[in-house]
Design a binder for this molecule. Sequence first.
Ligand code: NAP
Length: 293
Amino acid sequence: MINKLCIIGVGLIGGSLARALRAAKVAGTIVGHGRDPAQLQRALDLGVIDRAERLLADAVRDADMVVLAVPVGAMAEVLRELAPRLDARATVTDVGSVKGAVVAAARHALGARFSVFVPGHPLAGTEKSGVEASFARLFDGKRVVLTPEPDTDPGAVQRVTDMWRATGAEVLTMTAAHHDEALAAISHLPHMLAYTLVDTLLRLDDRDTMFALAASSFRDVTRVAASDPGMWHDICLTNRAALVKMLKHYRGQLDELLAAIESGDGRYLRELFERAKQQRDTLPEPDRGRSVD
Ligand code: NAP
């Protein structure tokens, strides 16, 4: 049971977590903090939070669980402001899509109190943003990765694990570096492909006809290009090394494909398509879900 839950950044993820914990009846008071008063008022009106606090100091006072659900690029600044105001009993966690950079920022900001910080990332989301897009079942049946460091307090890890389990999520643990490499491959690379694919067509002279003709395959492959540009700016820049490695790997594979098509190497194409289809066919349906968006 969490007595006072403080959500910093009541958007899609922060709002969905608040809704899920309220539905599970494991949170007493839920307090929200953000920069835009209109957004906080909306969160209050929707019943996502019980109280809105404009000042971070008021939001975190007496909170026993503090969740940072702001963009990855804002984590360092929020952690710096949070550090001197944290209650002695508080556990702190985050939901950022990149872990190495957030861990480094938390270590720097929290200093001797770093052990209360449990880095986390729910592998669940949509291409929409803001509290209006939040819903209580977002994490149900999905995975949440925690990346505790050797000096993270095991009690804090247990409290954050219990919190996520109450939303219906399955909790996994791995290192921050392993998380960032895996996410570069399964989430960050596909987002780069989707954005680039739309932009590739956008740069063609005949783009109007192209977009008018674009049907389900183009929509399916580019769905995540509707995601928040600010969020993806932050993810690219904070997971640069792993993402560059994956993009180069993919570029190498595209070069191979190009050569095979140019030279008419049907055997290469057939083997590639069959191998990929076989693997793709084993992916579970999103609703039964393990999808990362
Ligand atoms: P979102 O809907 O845009 O919500 C972000 C919230 O943070 C907004 O309520 C925003 O409100 C607030 N905020 C921004 N900067 C702030 C600051 N400096 N101080 C206080 N509040 C601030 O974004 P989201 O999709 O929920 O993403 C939040 C986090 O979840 C990100 O770290 C992202 O990497 C991670 N994540 C996202 C997904 C996904 O699919 N969307 C999935 C997993 C994890 P104000 O503008 O009013 O301050």
